[in-house]
Design a protein around this ligand. Sequence first.
Ligand SMILES: C[S@@+](CC[C@H](N)C(=O)[O-])C[C@H]1O[C@@H](n2cnc3c(N)ncnc32)[C@H](O)[C@@H]1O
Length: 254
Amino acid sequence: MTDTSSDVADVLRFHERLEARNRILNPLSEAKLDLLGRICVPGEGARVLDLASGKGEMLCRWARDLGVRGTGVDLSPVFVADARARAEETGVAARVEFVEQDATSYEAGAGSFDVVSCLGATWIGSGLAGTLELMAPALAEGGTMLVGEVFWHGEPSQGALEAHGMARGDYADLAGTVERIAAAGFETVEAVLASPDDWDRYMGPQWWAGHAWLRANPGHPDEEAMRAFLRRGHDAYLRFGRAEMGWGVFVLRR
Ligand SMILES: C[S@@+](CC[C@H](N)C(=O)[O-])C[C@H]1O[C@@H](n2cnc3c(N)ncnc32)[C@H](O)[C@@H]1O
């Protein structure tokens, strides 16, 4: 997907509104986020770097429940403010920090994190391989990387590609995704995948929030663009995404 910088700013702003009712900005339930922590956090005091950390739910939960220390990096001031508030609310503000920055320019100390993650934002490295390359320097010897990625349940229809603004080849099927990970030098040692219900629980609150925003902001300069964005997303999911698109977190070792 190629975007001008104003398109990117629009999409980010629209997403900030649509995600108003979600804590996890991906089709992953709280229970699966907890499961992921039990799978990959090596123990109390483990250091976690989360690129594109959104509202910080993963780091806050893992700090509260598993005793990790963490850094989240995200471009959105709205999401970073929510993440800091969530850290206060969960009592972990001394263990996690949230940095408002483009993750591609964040300089983490080499080898200084036991877990390095990027859940649902592989465009930051222009795709899966580039994002793994971006994440890898921060990983400590023997550490674990987590990448959240879209995959197709089979060969995507032309309608699905057009509705999601994707090119054939931007994403692979599940086995193909694991092959791409292997080609980038990593082994997939575990995976936690979204169910159809996880997807519905991710998308439904976005529709609610989008319609609530439109009702609360009649005459706003964004009104028509926001309505069209909401409608396109709704349509793409119901016609194609729900049947054809998967999402999962892949747990990787070098
Ligand atoms: C689909 S959300 C996932 C958020 C979070 N990982 C989660 O699972 O809740 C994508 C996130 O990427 C952030 N983002 C997009 N481009 C970014 C960049 N270049 N650097 C840092 N964050 C970015 C957005 O602000 C958003 O929070």
